[in-house]
Design a protein. Sequence first.
Length: 71
Amino acid sequence: MPQQKTYSPAFDTWVSDFLGVHFRDEGCYDKAVLAAEMLQHSRAVSSSELIEMVRRANAMLALLPGYDHEG
C-alpha cells in the first residue's frame, strides 16, 4: 500500500491561500509561485515541497478557462 505524503503546515497553508477559488489568472499564478519560493528560501518548506507547489500551481494555471495551452 503506498504511503500517503505528509506536508508541512506551511505547505498546507499555501495551498489554502493560493490554490482555492481565488486563483483566477496568471497574476495569481505568479503570486503563488513567488510565495512558494519565499517559503522554500526561508526553509518553511523543503525543496521537494517547492517542486510539488509549483506543479500544483502549473496545474491550476492550465485549468483556467481560455488559457493558451500551446504557449
